[in-house]
Design a protein around this ligand. Structure first.
Ligand code: LLP
Length: 404
């Protein structure tokens, strides 16, 4: 996204044109950015050609998943719905891994019937449930065990998953017990150790720490893991201050790990593939100035983009037409929802805006639409895929009648 003749433009289409044709709020995704992200991700780890399983939860639009499939990626799913959509988008079940702490019996059965690559189990009880179902079906099922390495990912506490107080994975002792249990099971084929320490990780050091811990636990098992699934979590730069994850150092640490542990690496990236491909276009409904605070009230709200309200996450906001006239005051960008947390950001001396102007809320491709809701009975926004000067509607705007 860049300014061309002062107009903010996604590939070759400017925001004004999109808003005129499709109204607002509108989610737009750039095809070229998606393609570059996949190419770069592969390039970063090309020496050991990992299996890349896109984390469906970050963006569940089937057209986006189809494009990702065309680049040869697999999928990481966490529910029956995600597994169904991955298969519907054409992803080969042999490239699908199923994570999550609470898979139900019917989800496990469905995953077994679809012959996916791995069910990554997260507890003793889950392993036993998989075994029970596998026995009934007279099958031997490929599983992974999610290990909790007790590593601080140095990210927001709400999206940290690899510490011992988190609900995810199993600790050292249980891991070792489960490896032995699986070794002796006729219906379980243990093939993978999986981890995922958190999301929006910008410091490579927690990953290095995590690799050391995995190496250590594997050495205690005397078991050959065909796969080590390192999860996702690679962060992106949401604002200009955000540093970038040092992929070179992460890659180097994995190569060092692979010298000792002979295995195939799986990744489950979500945000790093789709985060910066998405923009939410929104219109200023009203500008309201009061003694204490000034508000820019947008037509997009926390139901469209939950991240700021849920995590205090910051998303850059840009004006659709650039000018040099600055506002003299500080404005809070808010939505129309009846909650005080329905607030995107506060900006001092933003460009002067007037009612009906358009703004772009940036980097909403991951956990934007997928976390959206119908709160306040607001219909969900339309989604568009932009490729050069072509615009494709990849999900229609919901209508009020869909909600009645
Ligand atoms: N694998 C597993 C097992 C996960 O739980 C997740 C994300 C991923 C992979 C993908 O992580 P990524 O590469 O996208 O960081 N709603 C939050 C993020 C929650 C992430 C949950 N798990 C947000 O908006 O920041």
């Amino acid at each position: 996204m860049k300014y061309i003749n002062k107009k903010l433009t996604i590939e070759k289409v400017n925001l004004e044109k999109i808003a005129k044709n499709f109204n607002t709020p509108t989610y737009c995704y750039s095809y070229n950015q998606l393609k570059n992200n996949v190419i770069n991700f592969k390039k970063n780890f090309k020496t050991f050609s990992p299996l890349i399983c896109f984390a469906i939860k970050s963006n569940t639009n089937i057209n986006i998943i189809r494009e990702i499939k065309k680049f040869g990626l697999g999928a990481d799913v966490v529910s029956m719905g995600e597994l169904m959509i991955a298969i519907k988008a054409g992803i080969n079940p042999k490239k699908i891994v199923f994570s999550g702490v609470g898979k139900t019996s019917s989800e496990i059965e469905y995953a077994i019937d679809k012959k996916i690559l791995l069910i990554n189990a997260e507890s003793k009880s889950e392993i036993k449930e998989i075994e029970r179902i596998a026995k009934l079906k007279k099958k031997k099922i490929n599983v992974g065990i999610r290990f909790n390495p007790n590593t601080d990912a140095k990210t927001l506490s709400q999206i940290s998953t690899g510490k011992k107080e988190n609900k995810f994975g199993v600790n050292n002792k249980t891991f070792l017990e489960l490896v032995n249990y699986c070794r002796n099971s006729k219906n379980i084929n243990l093939r993978c150790l999986s981890v995922h320490i958190g999301s929006q990780i910008l410091d490579f050091k927690p990953y290095v720490q995590m690799l050391k811990t995995i190496q250590n636990i594997i050495s205690k098992t005397n078991y050959k893991f065909e796969f080590v699934d390192l999860g996702g979590g690679m962060g992106i730069a949401y604002d200009n201050k955000n540093k970038k994850l040092n992929y070179k150092k992460y890659n180097f640490a994995i190569k060092k790990f692979l010298k000792v542990v002979k295995t195939k690496i799986i990744f489950e990236p979500g945000r790093s593939i789709v985060g910066d491909i998405g923009t939410l276009i929104s219109k200023v409904i009203y500008i309201k100035e009061s003694a204490k605070k000034n508000f820019i009230i947008l037509d997009a709200a926390m139901n469209d983009l939950m991240r700021p309200a849920l995590y205090g996450a910051a998303h850059k906001i840009l004006p659709s037409v650039k000018s040099t006239i600055k506002a003299k005051k500080t404005y809070e960008f808010v939505g129309p929802i009846c909650e005080s947390t329905d607030k995107f950001t506060t900006i001092n001396k933003f460009q002067k805006l007037k009612e009906k102007d358009l703004v772009a809320i940036c980097d909403v491709g991951a956990y934007g639409m997928s976390l959206s809701s119908n709160y306040n009975l607001r219909p969900k926004a339309i989604e568009l895929l932009i490729k050069g000067s072509k615009i494709k509607v990849i999900k229609k705007r919901q209508k009020h009648k869909d909600l009645m």
